[in-house]
Design a protein around this ligand. Structure first.
Ligand code: GLU
Length: 306
């Protein structure tokens, strides 16, 4: 467990929060909202606001976006504590977690390519089967190779067939002693704070590592939140359902449980969530057009302070 220090008179322990963008584009107004809510929470509770650069996908991460993230945050006045954690510098931490899950026999090498998996789903659906989809709308992995014997796995891996490590969701759920939940401390998309029933099965056999990227978002976030001693995860409600997977990994790996607050997203004029590919709402371009940090906060729905 990370050490928490008591704040005099309040009885509350001091929180550690983080802002964890991926450096694959410029930050937009929605990121400013998330970063500010974290920063303010740390300020109001005498805690620490940390910065983590989620760059495990080295094919998409760019150093110029990493630099732009730091510049935008500094310009907005959202100063962070301590060294920045860049995930690409910590692959050995994710590999250790992966080995532990393998030791527990909860992973399998999944050999179907994206196209092969999509074909299997199409075939099943065209013969009238209802194929399960995850909360993001992606079909579950078919899992044909879940039941390969150890010699069959070893042979295929030795033949050089590409594979990803997937969590055997059914086996993982069998390890749980009690229903899986998390503590939501904001209203969240469900409208009230409290314990939320987690449904990791909704995601199917999630990928935890690929050959070219030796950790997935889910694995890295669970490991990093523990290593950085994050007590309160404040992030957009688009990650609400993914929290079920993070809680499951925390339990399997014996990691501490943070609290969660999933805040509302900033939407564009058509009611869609902002995207990094739409340069118009990037903080950098708004700054160039003369916007001030408080203009950005107002656009993020945070002024007057909400
Ligand atoms: N890296 C994720 C993103 O940029 C955020 C991860 C998280 O807050 O858990 O959307």
């Amino acid at each position: 467990m990370p050490e928490t220090k008591a704040i005099a008179n309040t009885g509350l322990s001091s929180p550690t929060v983080r802002f964890a963008p991926s450096p694959n584009g410029l930050l937009h107004v929605g990121h400013a909202r998330s970063a500010f809510l974290n920063w303010r929470f740390a300020r109001d509770h005498g805690g620490a606001f940390l910065l983590r650069i989620e760059d495990i996908d080295t094919t998409r991460a760019r150093p110029e976006f990493d630099a732009a993230i730091r510049e935008d945050l500094a310009w907005l006045g959202l100063d962070w504590s301590g060294p920045v954690r860049r995930q690409a510098e910590h692959f050995s931490d994710y590999e250790a977690a992966l080995s532990e899950l393998r030791r527990l026999d909860l992973l399998y090498p999944a050999f179907l390519s994206r196209n092969e998996a999509a074909d299997r789903v199409r075939q099943a659906e065209s013969s009238g089967e209802t194929w399960p989809r995850d909360p993001d709308g992606a079909p579950h992995y078919p899992g044909d190779d879940r039941n390969l014997t150890e010699p069959q796995r070893t042979r295929r891996m030795a033949e050089g067939k590409p594979y990803a490590w997937r969590l055997d969701m059914k086996k993982a759920l069998d390890c749980l002693q009690e229903p899986l939940t998390w503590e939501e401390f904001g209203a969240g998309p469900q409208g009230k704070a409290g314990r939320i029933a987690a449904d990791p099965a909704a995601w199917g056999d999630v990928v935890l590592a690929r050959r070219d990227v030796p950790a997935s978002y889910h694995l890295a976030v669970a490991v990093d939140d523990a290593i950085q001693g994050i007590t309160d995860v404040i992030r957009g409600e688009d990650l609400f359902a993914a929290t079920a997977v993070h809680r499951l990994l925390q339990l399997l790996l014996g990691l501490p449980e943070p609290r969660y607050r999933h805040h509302g997203l900033v939407l564009d004029a058509d009611g869609r969530k902002l995207s990094k590919s739409d340069g118009a709402t990037s903080i950098a371009s708004l700054r160039l057009k003369g916007a001030s940090p408080s203009d950005i906060m107002a656009m993020a729905g945070l002024l007057p302070e909400s």
